[in-house]
Design a protein around this ligand. Structure first.
Ligand SMILES: *Cc1c(COP(=O)(O)O)cnc(C)c1O
Length: 379
């Protein structure tokens, strides 16, 4: 071989003979074939991989992992939580169809339904899911999908999944749940009868705030369709992002257990604090805990600018679910673009703070939080 040939061909190492402990990163855009017969074998289902957009071992590992955790027969990874939600929805509806969604959805999902899918002829009614009559009244001949979240943001309303499943059965509708906040450690909506379960793996599944990723799991036929959408719309997850997400997911149970406990301890503490007007933290999510997000509303007398400046090591981060405790300001970020009326209805105001509990020592979290609360009342 001449140098110019050698320099491109001498790096290739087979992985069959190298038995690493962890999954290698298949950072490749395509796969090679040694004959036309072997290539033909791909189309006959004899070999799984051709081109990374259509399939790659790393995103497949993540899809399979989350499916196994959810107790679902199939799962597929997508480039973000939102793209997972998109392909999940598109596995059920097409132009002319109607969706009924909970009105307190994650902002990104709300905008996707309202601004984007509406433009493709898919309409959505946003309804108060605690009002079963209202949901039932919203059903039309073209309704195909009931969509909600296991736990909503930022007020931690726990969806009544059995009621949702029952209503869908009565009316022949498909159900889909965003299980990001609960994770399969706390709830497995598929095992409770939900057809499609989506995740922003950016949050607890990845768990280390270093990736953007999504997963759809659920009924085999629907996940097959979602996978086709990912391939056709180009919403695949990159091998490296998938690898990082799988690495993070190994500690999901340990993290969720600790983070949910930290949340519970903080919620108890803040509930008896005279300067905390409301504490939003559920008690009915699962027997293993109630999630790791605590949302509070401080008394109107609190100076919010001082509060946010007095949080020390607790940073203001417009996301959640990392191993560090962080806070976010829903009015200024996640719920900023909602109409004022909707903000009011949900209860988002200037004094609402969402706390994402990390894995730190609960005493340190408590003292840092209490110190910020007392400082914002001093002035
Ligand atoms: C973050 C989030 C999403 C969107 O996920 P991305 O990975 O940012 O696309 C969807 N649903 C919920 C509940 C989220 O918290």
């Amino acid at each position: 071989m001449n140098f110019t040939t050698k320099v491109v061909h001498s790096q290739l190492k087979g992985t069959e003979e190298i038995k690493s402990k962890t999954t290698p990163i298949y950072q490749t855009s395509a796969f090679s074939f040694s004959s036309l017969e072997e290539l033909e074998g791909f189309y006959e289902g004899k070999s799984p991989y051709l081109y990374t957009r259509t399939g790659n071992p790393n995103p497949d590992e993540l899809g399979g992992l989350v499916a196994a955790l959810e107790g679902a027969p199939a799962g597929v990874a997508a480039s973000s939580g939102l793209s997972a939600i998109l392909v999940g929805i598109l596995s059920v509806v097409q132009a002319g169809d109607h969706i009924i969604a909970a009105e307190d959805l994650y902002g990104g999902t709300f905008h996707m339904l309202k601004e984007e899918l509406a433009g493709f002829g898919i309409s959505t009614s946003f309804v108060d899911f605690t009002d079963r009559d209202a949901v039932e009244e919203a059903i039309t001949d073209s309704t195909k999908l009931l969509y909600s979240e296991t736990v909503t943001n930022p007020f931690m309303r726990v969806e009544d999944i059995p009621a949702m499943v029952e209503m869908a059965k009565e009316h022949g509708l498909t159900t889909m749940i965003d299980n990001t906040f609960a994770t399969p450690f706390l709830r497995k909506p598929f095992t409770e009868g939900i057809d499609i379960v989506a995740h922003s793996a950016t949050k607890y599944i990845g768990g280390h705030s270093d990736v953007t990723a999504g997963v759809v799991t659920g009924r085999q036929d629907l996940v097959d369709k979602a996978r086709a959408k990912i391939v056709n719309l180009g919403a695949n997850l990159s091998p490296f992002e998938a690898w990082l997400t799988c690495r993070g997911a190994k500690t999901l149970a340990l993290r969720m257990e600790r983070q949910a406990l930290n949340a519970e301890l903080l919620a108890v503490e803040l509930r008896r604090h005279e300067w905390v007007k409301h504490v939003y933290y559920p008690n009915n999510l699962s027997e293993k805990g109630h999630g790791a997000i605590v949302t509070i509303e401080l008394e109107p007398s609190a100076d919010m600018s001082t509060f946010f400046k007095s949080l020390g090591w607790i940073k203001i981060i417009p996301s959640l679910a990392g191993v560090e405790t962080t806070v976010s300001y829903p009015l200024g970020t996640s719920h900023r673009s909602l109409p004022e009326e909707a903000q009011k209805k949900l209860g988002i105001n200037t004094h609402v703070v969402r706390i994402s509990l990390g894995i730190e020592d609960p005493e340190d979290i408590k003292s840092q939080m209490l110190s910020a609360i007392s400082k914002c009342h001093e002035i």
